[in-house]
Design a protein around this ligand. Structure first.
Ligand code: KG4
Ligand code: ZN
Length: 330
Protein backbone atom coordinates (compact mmCIF):
# COMPACT_ATOMS: atom_id res chain seq x y z
CA UNK A 1 0.00 0.00 0.00
CA UNK A 2 1.64 3.23 -1.19
CA UNK A 3 0.11 6.50 0.04
CA UNK A 4 0.81 10.07 -0.98
CA UNK A 5 0.40 12.25 2.13
CA UNK A 6 -0.27 15.99 2.08
CA UNK A 7 0.00 18.31 5.10
CA UNK A 8 -0.95 22.00 5.02
CA UNK A 9 -2.56 22.65 8.42
CA UNK A 10 -0.35 25.58 9.45
CA UNK A 11 2.83 27.04 7.92
CA UNK A 12 4.48 23.93 6.44
CA UNK A 13 3.56 22.65 2.99
CA UNK A 14 4.59 19.01 2.98
CA UNK A 15 4.14 15.95 0.80
CA UNK A 16 5.45 12.44 1.36
CA UNK A 17 5.18 9.02 -0.21
CA UNK A 18 4.98 6.23 2.35
CA UNK A 19 4.83 2.48 1.73
CA UNK A 20 3.07 0.15 4.17
CA UNK A 21 2.89 2.79 6.95
CA UNK A 22 6.58 2.48 7.85
CA UNK A 23 8.69 2.98 4.76
CA UNK A 24 9.10 6.66 3.94
CA UNK A 25 10.06 6.76 0.25
CA UNK A 26 10.22 10.56 0.20
CA UNK A 27 9.31 13.62 2.22
CA UNK A 28 9.45 17.23 1.07
CA UNK A 29 8.72 20.24 3.31
CA UNK A 30 8.48 23.90 2.30
CA UNK A 31 7.99 26.31 5.18
CA UNK A 32 6.69 29.87 5.21
CA UNK A 33 8.14 30.30 8.73
CA UNK A 34 10.47 33.15 7.75
CA UNK A 35 7.56 35.19 6.38
CA UNK A 36 5.84 35.05 9.79
CA UNK A 37 8.90 35.75 11.96
CA UNK A 38 8.44 39.54 11.96
CA UNK A 39 4.93 39.13 13.42
CA UNK A 40 5.89 36.75 16.27
CA UNK A 41 3.34 34.16 15.13
CA UNK A 42 1.73 32.58 12.08
CA UNK A 43 -0.38 34.96 9.96
CA UNK A 44 -3.12 32.77 8.39
CA UNK A 45 -3.43 34.79 5.19
CA UNK A 46 0.33 34.62 4.54
CA UNK A 47 0.36 30.89 5.31
CA UNK A 48 -2.50 30.10 2.87
CA UNK A 49 -0.91 32.06 0.05
CA UNK A 50 2.45 30.37 0.67
CA UNK A 51 0.75 26.94 0.47
CA UNK A 52 -0.78 27.91 -2.87
CA UNK A 53 2.66 28.88 -4.15
CA UNK A 54 4.40 25.69 -2.95
CA UNK A 55 1.94 22.82 -3.15
CA UNK A 56 2.42 21.81 -6.79
CA UNK A 57 6.21 21.82 -6.54
CA UNK A 58 6.23 19.99 -3.17
CA UNK A 59 3.93 17.19 -4.38
CA UNK A 60 5.79 16.81 -7.71
CA UNK A 61 9.11 16.67 -5.88
CA UNK A 62 7.88 14.04 -3.40
CA UNK A 63 6.62 11.85 -6.26
CA UNK A 64 9.90 12.23 -8.16
CA UNK A 65 12.10 11.49 -5.13
CA UNK A 66 10.05 8.38 -4.39
CA UNK A 67 10.32 7.30 -8.06
CA UNK A 68 6.59 6.73 -8.30
CA UNK A 69 3.90 7.85 -10.72
CA UNK A 70 0.15 8.09 -10.14
CA UNK A 71 -0.20 4.43 -11.15
CA UNK A 72 1.78 3.27 -8.10
CA UNK A 73 -0.23 5.38 -5.62
CA UNK A 74 -3.06 3.53 -3.85
CA UNK A 75 -4.57 6.56 -2.06
CA UNK A 76 -4.04 10.24 -1.29
CA UNK A 77 -4.11 11.17 2.42
CA UNK A 78 -4.53 14.76 3.55
CA UNK A 79 -4.73 16.57 6.89
CA UNK A 80 -8.37 17.55 7.34
CA UNK A 81 -8.01 19.32 10.70
CA UNK A 82 -7.47 20.80 13.16
CA UNK A 83 -5.63 23.72 11.62
CA UNK A 84 -5.98 27.07 9.89
CA UNK A 85 -8.99 26.91 7.59
CA UNK A 86 -7.37 28.68 4.61
CA UNK A 87 -4.27 26.50 4.90
CA UNK A 88 -6.25 23.26 5.24
CA UNK A 89 -8.36 24.13 2.21
CA UNK A 90 -5.31 24.36 -0.04
CA UNK A 91 -4.18 20.83 0.87
CA UNK A 92 -7.67 19.34 0.82
CA UNK A 93 -8.60 20.89 -2.52
CA UNK A 94 -5.31 19.74 -4.05
CA UNK A 95 -5.75 16.21 -2.66
CA UNK A 96 -9.33 16.05 -3.91
CA UNK A 97 -8.30 17.18 -7.38
CA UNK A 98 -5.55 14.52 -7.47
CA UNK A 99 -7.99 11.88 -6.24
CA UNK A 100 -10.49 12.80 -8.94
CA UNK A 101 -7.85 12.97 -11.67
CA UNK A 102 -6.10 9.75 -10.70
CA UNK A 103 -9.30 7.92 -9.63
CA UNK A 104 -7.88 7.21 -6.15
CA UNK A 105 -9.54 7.43 -2.74
CA UNK A 106 -8.81 10.57 -0.70
CA UNK A 107 -8.43 9.96 3.03
CA UNK A 108 -8.89 12.72 5.61
CA UNK A 109 -6.48 12.50 8.56
CA UNK A 110 -6.66 14.13 11.99
CA UNK A 111 -3.47 16.16 12.46
CA UNK A 112 -3.11 15.52 16.20
CA UNK A 113 -3.54 11.75 15.82
CA UNK A 114 -0.98 11.78 13.02
CA UNK A 115 1.48 13.41 15.51
CA UNK A 116 0.52 10.75 18.07
CA UNK A 117 1.47 7.86 15.78
CA UNK A 118 4.55 9.52 14.23
CA UNK A 119 6.79 7.62 16.67
CA UNK A 120 5.71 4.42 14.91
CA UNK A 121 6.85 5.41 11.44
CA UNK A 122 10.18 3.66 12.01
CA UNK A 123 9.16 0.98 14.50
CA UNK A 124 6.06 -1.16 15.02
CA UNK A 125 3.42 0.09 17.50
CA UNK A 126 3.30 -1.28 21.03
CA UNK A 127 -0.09 -1.40 22.77
CA UNK A 128 -1.36 -0.34 25.22
CA UNK A 129 0.52 2.95 25.29
CA UNK A 130 0.29 6.39 26.80
CA UNK A 131 0.73 9.09 24.17
CA UNK A 132 1.87 12.66 24.72
CA UNK A 133 1.34 15.13 21.88
CA UNK A 134 3.18 18.39 22.47
CA UNK A 135 2.90 20.91 19.67
CA UNK A 136 2.19 24.58 19.05
CA UNK A 137 -1.56 24.00 19.08
CA UNK A 138 -2.00 20.97 21.37
CA UNK A 139 -0.78 19.40 24.56
CA UNK A 140 -2.64 16.18 25.29
CA UNK A 141 -2.18 12.86 26.99
CA UNK A 142 -3.87 9.79 25.49
CA UNK A 143 -4.49 6.30 26.72
CA UNK A 144 -4.41 4.03 23.68
CA UNK A 145 -5.52 0.40 24.01
CA UNK A 146 -5.44 -0.26 20.28
CA UNK A 147 -5.47 1.69 17.03
CA UNK A 148 -8.70 3.65 16.84
CA UNK A 149 -9.26 3.83 20.60
CA UNK A 150 -7.38 6.95 21.62
CA UNK A 151 -8.88 8.28 24.86
CA UNK A 152 -7.84 11.76 25.99
CA UNK A 153 -6.83 11.51 29.67
CA UNK A 154 -5.31 14.98 30.04
CA UNK A 155 -4.99 18.16 28.04
CA UNK A 156 -4.07 21.80 28.42
CA UNK A 157 -6.59 24.15 29.98
CA UNK A 158 -5.09 27.18 28.26
CA UNK A 159 -1.92 27.48 26.18
CA UNK A 160 -0.23 24.55 24.44
CA UNK A 161 3.39 23.82 25.43
CA UNK A 162 4.79 25.04 22.08
CA UNK A 163 2.63 28.15 22.30
CA UNK A 164 4.16 28.86 25.73
CA UNK A 165 7.68 28.57 24.24
CA UNK A 166 6.63 30.95 21.44
CA UNK A 167 5.04 33.48 23.81
CA UNK A 168 7.95 33.47 26.26
CA UNK A 169 10.36 34.03 23.37
CA UNK A 170 8.23 36.98 22.29
CA UNK A 171 8.24 38.39 25.84
CA UNK A 172 12.04 38.13 25.89
CA UNK A 173 12.29 39.63 22.38
CA UNK A 174 13.94 36.53 20.95
CA UNK A 175 12.00 35.93 17.73
CA UNK A 176 9.79 33.21 16.31
CA UNK A 177 9.38 30.26 16.60
CA UNK A 178 10.34 30.34 20.24
CA UNK A 179 10.98 26.64 20.89
CA UNK A 180 14.31 26.20 19.10
CA UNK A 181 15.58 29.65 20.20
CA UNK A 182 14.80 29.01 23.87
CA UNK A 183 16.31 25.53 23.69
CA UNK A 184 19.55 26.94 22.27
CA UNK A 185 19.84 29.79 24.79
CA UNK A 186 18.94 27.47 27.68
CA UNK A 187 22.08 25.43 26.99
CA UNK A 188 24.21 28.21 28.48
CA UNK A 189 21.74 29.13 31.25
CA UNK A 190 21.21 27.86 34.79
CA UNK A 191 17.95 25.93 35.15
CA UNK A 192 17.78 26.70 38.88
CA UNK A 193 18.38 30.46 38.51
CA UNK A 194 14.64 31.23 38.82
CA UNK A 195 11.82 29.23 40.35
CA UNK A 196 9.02 28.82 37.79
CA UNK A 197 6.21 26.33 38.20
CA UNK A 198 3.43 24.90 36.06
CA UNK A 199 0.42 24.68 38.34
CA UNK A 200 -2.23 22.20 37.30
CA UNK A 201 -3.44 19.16 39.15
CA UNK A 202 -4.21 15.69 37.81
CA UNK A 203 -3.16 14.97 34.24
CA UNK A 204 -4.17 18.33 32.78
CA UNK A 205 -1.70 21.04 31.87
CA UNK A 206 -1.65 24.82 32.22
CA UNK A 207 1.12 26.94 30.74
CA UNK A 208 -0.48 30.35 30.82
CA UNK A 209 0.61 31.06 34.41
CA UNK A 210 4.29 30.29 33.82
CA UNK A 211 4.29 32.56 30.76
CA UNK A 212 2.97 35.42 32.93
CA UNK A 213 5.51 34.58 35.67
CA UNK A 214 8.34 34.95 33.13
CA UNK A 215 6.85 38.27 31.98
CA UNK A 216 6.69 39.64 35.54
CA UNK A 217 10.21 38.40 36.36
CA UNK A 218 11.60 40.00 33.18
CA UNK A 219 9.84 43.31 34.01
CA UNK A 220 11.15 43.21 37.60
CA UNK A 221 14.73 42.51 36.46
CA UNK A 222 14.59 45.30 33.86
CA UNK A 223 13.36 47.77 36.47
CA UNK A 224 16.19 46.82 38.82
CA UNK A 225 19.11 46.37 36.40
CA UNK A 226 18.10 47.76 32.98
CA UNK A 227 17.96 45.70 29.76
CA UNK A 228 18.33 41.94 30.30
CA UNK A 229 21.88 40.68 29.79
CA UNK A 230 22.50 37.64 27.59
CA UNK A 231 23.34 35.67 30.72
CA UNK A 232 20.10 36.58 32.47
CA UNK A 233 18.08 35.80 29.34
CA UNK A 234 19.76 32.40 29.13
CA UNK A 235 18.94 31.78 32.82
CA UNK A 236 15.30 32.72 32.23
CA UNK A 237 15.15 30.36 29.21
CA UNK A 238 16.77 27.47 31.10
CA UNK A 239 14.54 27.90 34.16
CA UNK A 240 11.39 28.18 32.03
CA UNK A 241 12.30 25.18 29.86
CA UNK A 242 13.14 23.08 32.92
CA UNK A 243 9.76 23.83 34.53
CA UNK A 244 7.75 23.05 31.39
CA UNK A 245 9.69 19.90 30.56
CA UNK A 246 9.57 18.75 34.20
CA UNK A 247 5.80 19.09 34.18
CA UNK A 248 5.39 17.25 30.84
CA UNK A 249 7.61 14.38 31.97
CA UNK A 250 6.03 14.09 35.44
CA UNK A 251 2.48 13.94 34.03
CA UNK A 252 3.42 11.51 31.29
CA UNK A 253 5.04 9.18 33.85
CA UNK A 254 2.03 9.51 36.15
CA UNK A 255 -0.23 8.51 33.24
CA UNK A 256 1.99 5.54 32.37
CA UNK A 257 1.84 4.30 35.97
CA UNK A 258 -1.92 4.71 36.24
CA UNK A 259 -2.71 3.08 32.86
CA UNK A 260 -0.34 0.11 33.05
CA UNK A 261 1.01 1.14 29.65
CA UNK A 262 3.75 -0.84 27.87
CA UNK A 263 5.07 2.24 26.11
CA UNK A 264 5.27 6.01 26.41
CA UNK A 265 4.88 7.58 22.98
CA UNK A 266 5.76 11.23 22.34
CA UNK A 267 5.21 13.39 19.25
CA UNK A 268 4.66 16.96 18.07
CA UNK A 269 6.92 19.95 17.45
CA UNK A 270 8.06 20.29 21.08
CA UNK A 271 9.28 16.67 20.98
CA UNK A 272 12.10 18.03 18.78
CA UNK A 273 13.55 19.52 21.98
CA UNK A 274 16.69 17.64 23.09
CA UNK A 275 16.27 18.60 26.74
CA UNK A 276 12.78 17.02 26.74
CA UNK A 277 14.10 13.95 24.91
CA UNK A 278 16.89 13.59 27.48
CA UNK A 279 14.62 14.01 30.50
CA UNK A 280 12.20 11.43 29.08
CA UNK A 281 15.04 8.93 28.62
CA UNK A 282 16.10 9.47 32.24
CA UNK A 283 12.54 9.04 33.54
CA UNK A 284 11.66 5.86 31.65
CA UNK A 285 13.59 2.98 33.14
CA UNK A 286 14.68 0.55 30.43
CA UNK A 287 12.94 -2.80 30.73
CA UNK A 288 9.78 -1.57 32.38
CA UNK A 289 8.25 0.63 29.71
CA UNK A 290 9.47 1.40 26.19
CA UNK A 291 10.03 5.04 25.31
CA UNK A 292 9.07 5.83 21.71
CA UNK A 293 9.74 9.43 20.74
CA UNK A 294 8.99 10.48 17.16
CA UNK A 295 12.18 10.63 15.07
CA UNK A 296 13.13 14.27 14.49
CA UNK A 297 12.07 14.42 10.79
CA UNK A 298 8.55 13.51 11.95
CA UNK A 299 8.19 15.81 15.00
CA UNK A 300 7.38 19.12 13.34
CA UNK A 301 4.51 19.26 10.84
CA UNK A 302 5.19 16.75 8.09
CA UNK A 303 3.33 14.68 5.53
CA UNK A 304 4.97 11.33 6.30
CA UNK A 305 3.00 11.11 9.54
CA UNK A 306 -0.21 11.84 7.60
CA UNK A 307 0.41 9.12 5.01
CA UNK A 308 1.59 6.63 7.65
CA UNK A 309 -1.48 7.23 9.81
CA UNK A 310 -3.80 6.78 6.81
CA UNK A 311 -2.16 3.44 6.02
CA UNK A 312 -3.08 2.19 9.51
CA UNK A 313 -6.77 2.95 9.05
CA UNK A 314 -9.17 0.04 8.53
CA UNK A 315 -9.34 -1.11 4.90
CA UNK A 316 -12.84 0.23 4.36
CA UNK A 317 -11.80 3.76 5.33
CA UNK A 318 -8.69 3.55 3.18
CA UNK A 319 -10.46 2.37 0.06
CA UNK A 320 -13.68 4.39 0.25
CA UNK A 321 -12.47 7.41 2.20
CA UNK A 322 -13.33 10.86 0.98
CA UNK A 323 -12.53 14.03 2.92
CA UNK A 324 -15.56 15.79 4.30
CA UNK A 325 -15.30 19.51 4.79
CA UNK A 326 -18.00 19.91 7.43
CA UNK A 327 -15.78 19.01 10.46
CA UNK A 328 -13.55 21.94 9.45
CA UNK A 329 -16.32 24.40 9.15
CA UNK A 330 -18.38 23.43 12.20
O1 KG4 B 1 3.90 20.27 15.59
P1 KG4 B 1 4.26 21.63 15.17
O2 KG4 B 1 5.22 21.79 14.03
O3 KG4 B 1 2.97 22.45 14.76
C1 KG4 B 1 1.74 22.31 15.44
O4 KG4 B 1 1.04 21.31 15.18
O5 KG4 B 1 1.48 23.19 16.28
O6 KG4 B 1 4.80 22.40 16.46
C2 KG4 B 1 5.26 23.70 16.40
C3 KG4 B 1 5.65 24.11 17.81
C4 KG4 B 1 5.99 25.58 17.92
O7 KG4 B 1 5.27 26.14 19.00
C5 KG4 B 1 7.50 25.56 18.21
O8 KG4 B 1 7.96 26.62 19.01
C6 KG4 B 1 7.65 24.24 18.91
O9 KG4 B 1 6.78 23.36 18.24
N1 KG4 B 1 9.04 23.74 18.81
C7 KG4 B 1 9.83 23.55 19.87
C8 KG4 B 1 11.10 23.18 19.35
N2 KG4 B 1 11.00 23.14 17.99
C9 KG4 B 1 9.73 23.50 17.68
N3 KG4 B 1 9.61 23.68 21.19
C10 KG4 B 1 10.63 23.43 22.02
N4 KG4 B 1 11.88 23.09 21.60
C11 KG4 B 1 12.14 22.95 20.28
N5 KG4 B 1 13.37 22.62 19.87
ZN1 ZN C 1 1.46 19.84 14.18
Amino acid sequence: MVILGIETSCDETSAAVVKDAQQVLSQVIASSLKQHAAYGGVIPEIASRAHLGSITYVVDQAMQEAHVGPGQIDAVAVTQGPGLIGSLLVGISFAKALGRGWAKPVIGVNHVKAHLYAAFIEEPPIYPFVGLVVSGGHTSLYKVKKFGSEDVIGSTRDDAAGEAFDKVAKILGLGYPGGPIIEKLAQSGRKDAFRFRCDCSGLDFSFSGIKTAVLYKAQELKKLYGPLSQETTADLCASFQDAVVGDLVAKAMKAVASCGARALVVGGGVAYNNYLRGRLSQAVRPGSVKLCVAPKPYCLDNAAMVASFAARLPRIQRTCGSVRLDPLLG
